[in-house]
Design a protein around this ligand. Structure first.
Ligand code: SF4
Length: 490
């Protein structure tokens, strides 16, 4: 099952054209045409990006997929399937229904693979046991470095694997490499990284979250490497990407970077984005784990020249404090990539969708990481993650200091009987500050956080969040959600 990139040609095409479709075709032609990658009768699996219901280019550009499917058919492919696991909690069927994917791919001669079997969720005549059997039969458990990964059989059994990867900026890894696209061939539940047996302080200071994430990405990459890799930069999201947030911006570069060796394609993409191997921890770790990471000078670049196509991209902020949100101040301590990644999306979500809610709740302080700076202003305190919760137990903001009420009757009597005024110190009382919201987890789960935020402020005080939650419930909750539970859904 394992393949190595050693046998792959270190040739990468940089193609530029007026439309994504032309850019793709030009790139494939530059490499020798589709027949170099597809043989007659091949069963092709296309791994694309399918993250959220909307927001171009959050998912792979469908114009590119359509052209690629046509090319594979011309190359003689007998069956073409497309698949990917979306972000946590979203069944593929929901995305397919919203975006009309199943019918759309069918009309162009391909098949959407419901990797999570969500197309069976509403079948009334199947028992729970039958549903579970379907689930078992559609995956193979692959063990790598003592980790178990459920891999879809449709992917394992295909003769050709094509990765079409939409390049966008990424808060953890600067941008979405094709290696990250391969990673979402496993369900989001199995991509979740959590503190295992580690001590939390050591886990934080070693940035174990990032190390574990990269190990998983590389483990999955070794299972089956693509035969053709397309890094689509024709349009890319810069700024606050990789999803559509207030500070995300779309950039048009007219470029695609294509080849058969995923690491070479990623390296040339890095170079075009003015990054070196040292800027990319995934490639660095691949190198240290003896993956075949070629020298840039050993990669033959065809088509456009790198130096004439350098792209200056606005990457995601690297410090939480740099996400500026009206009515939210941030006090940070030492935090690792786990909390950074989650709070990055949470804060950008709040900045994009909760402007009005924050207007109603004007003073909020987010505390994140171990031993964050003591906040100066009073208001609402939001403790993000176990490190922030545990290390601030004795902080001043945790209690309110109030002066005990004056004894007005006693003072009046003293005045009446002209008793000398005894100089008493005002009585001080302490009580726990109730304006604190703890968002636990190592790292916290963003969906749980949104639920806790709504409970804390009250629905009427966060109308935008309430409305969004209701809209999401329409798609993601209710009957379908019950079926997800029956299925022990992925
Ligand atoms: S709570 Fe957050 S910062 Fe602390 S170790 Fe866990 S993920 Fe890292």
């Amino acid at each position: 099952m394992l393949t190595h990139s050693k046998s792959k040609k270190l040739e990468v095409a940089i193609s530029k054209a007026n439309s994504p479709k032309e850019s793709l075709l030009k790139g494939i032609e530059t490499l020798g045409g589709i027949s170099r990658f597809i043989d007659k009768g091949d069963q092709v699996f296309i791994k694309f990006n399918l993250n959220l219901p909307g927001g171009f280019p959050t998912n792979t550009n469908f114009e590119v997929l359509e052209e690629l499917i046509k090319s594979c058919k011309e190359g003689g492919a007998s069956k073409i399937s497309l698949g990917s696991f979306p972000v946590k909690g979203i069944p593929i069927k929901v995305l397919s229904d919203i975006l009309n994917l199943k019918d759309y791919f069918k009309t162009i001669g391909a098949e959407l693979a419901f990797l999570d079997n969500s197309n069976y969720y509403d079948k009334k005549d199947l028992s729970i046991e039958q549903l579970k059997k379907i689930k078992r039969d559609s995956f193979t458990n692959v063990k790598i470095n003592n980790n178990d990964y459920p891999i879809p059989n449709i992917f394992l059994n295909s003769n050709k694997f094509i990765s079409v990867n939409q390049i966008n900026v990424n808060p953890l890894f600067k941008f979405n490499l094709s290696l990250l696209n391969s990673y979402s061939i496993i369900p989001a539940k199995f991509r979740k990284i959590g503190k295992k047996q580690y001590n939390i302080v050591e886990y934080n200071s070693a940035d174990q979250y990032k190390k574990d994430t990269i190990s998983n990405i590389l483990n999955i990459f070794t299972i089956k490497q693509p035969d053709l890799v397309i890094n689509d930069l024709f349009y890319l999201l810069e700024g606050a990407g990789p999803f559509i947030y207030k500070d995300s911006k779309i950039k048009k570069t007219n470029l695609m970077i294509i080849g058969e060796d995923a690491i070479s394609v990623d390296l040339i993409t890095l170079k075009t984005l003015m990054l070196e191997i040292n800027d990319c921890e995934i490639i660095q770790q691949a190198q240290s784990k003896n993956f075949n990471v070629p020298k840039i000078s050993n990669i033959k670049v065809l088509g456009e020249k790198i130096e004439e196509n350098i792209i200056n991209v606005d990457f995601c902020v690297s410090k939480i404090e740099d996400i500026k949100i009206k009515n939210i101040s941030i006090c940070s301590g030492k935090y690792c990539s786990g909390c950074f990644n989650q709070v990055y999306h949470l804060l950008n979500f709040m900045k994009t969708y909760m402007v009005k809610d924050l207007k109603y709740n004007p003073t909020n302080t987010f505390l994140i990481g171990e031993n964050p700076i003591e906040p100066e202003k009073m208001g609402n305190f939001i403790l993000f993650g176990d490190c922030a919760i545990n290390s601030t137990k004795s902080y001043n903001f945790r209690k309110l200091i109030i002066e005990a009420k004056k004894n007005l009757i006693g003072e009046a009597k003293n005045k009446l009987f002209k008793k000398p005024k005894a100089k008493k110190k005002p009585k001080i009382k302490e009580k726990p500050n109730k304006n604190i919201l703890e968002l636990p987890g190592c790292p916290p789960d963003i969906f749980n956080c949104l639920e806790l935020i709504m409970n804390y402020y009250g629905k009427e005080n966060v109308p935008n969040l309430n409305l969004l939650t209701k809209m999401n419930e329409f798609w993601f909750k209710g009957k379908l959600n019950d079926e997800l539970k029956n299925w022990e859904a992925l």
